[in-house]
Write a protein that binds this ligand. Sequence first.
Ligand code: DC
Length: 221
Amino acid sequence: MKIALDGPSGAGKSTVAKALAKKLGIIYVDTGALYRTVGLYVKNQGVAKDDEEKVIALLPQINLGMEFINGEQIVTLNGVNVGDTIRTGEIAMYASRVSAIPEVRTFLLETQRKIARENSVVMDGRDIGTVILPDAEVKIFMFASAEARAERRYKELIAKGENCTLESVLEDIKTRDHNDSTRKTAPAVPAEDAVMLDNSSLDIDGTVNAVIEIIKSKVEL
Ligand code: DC
């Protein structure tokens, strides 16, 4: 079974997908981690995130690995587990910029498709239902207002000890929304056959339940 869970940054896709994967006994694939890892490498090489030519020139140096240990996704960059180093606001911005480069998307395409060929997955991202798994049995586009998403993300970052303000997080979310939804290649837009789910006023459990109802309406669980 393939479940495509797309939507903008901070809609709670990863939290919901994790809970869902556990409930259904399938693998949760976080595709944003791959773009973040490319962003991390670009930053570590001292290349500007909007210098397309230089970013493209770095791709052959990147060996990306993805494995699952006890259901947890491990991403390796040239053999080293990137861990939480990709979970910062700065790397999110790098990811958002480099993900607009078609060569970067092509570079990561097969890694994503291969996992879905070999496993039942719930895969979260921006273009899973439109580009990566157009034949997914279930496609959900999950979203919430920018303000609701900023508040959630702000709480997460503060809990992790990052230094930020609600205003700066909201600003970052709006910038990333704009980058992600207006880029030419694989913009973050719903697939035609995706079910839209606005979770602005739902908590995690409420969202997971809503997602399960959508899945039940599409496939037999
Ligand atoms: O989901 P995330 O915040 O970890 O994603 C980081 C960035 O990567 C996001 O700004 C857009 C990009 N991305 C993408 O273009 N396509 C995906 N399938 C997943 C993420």
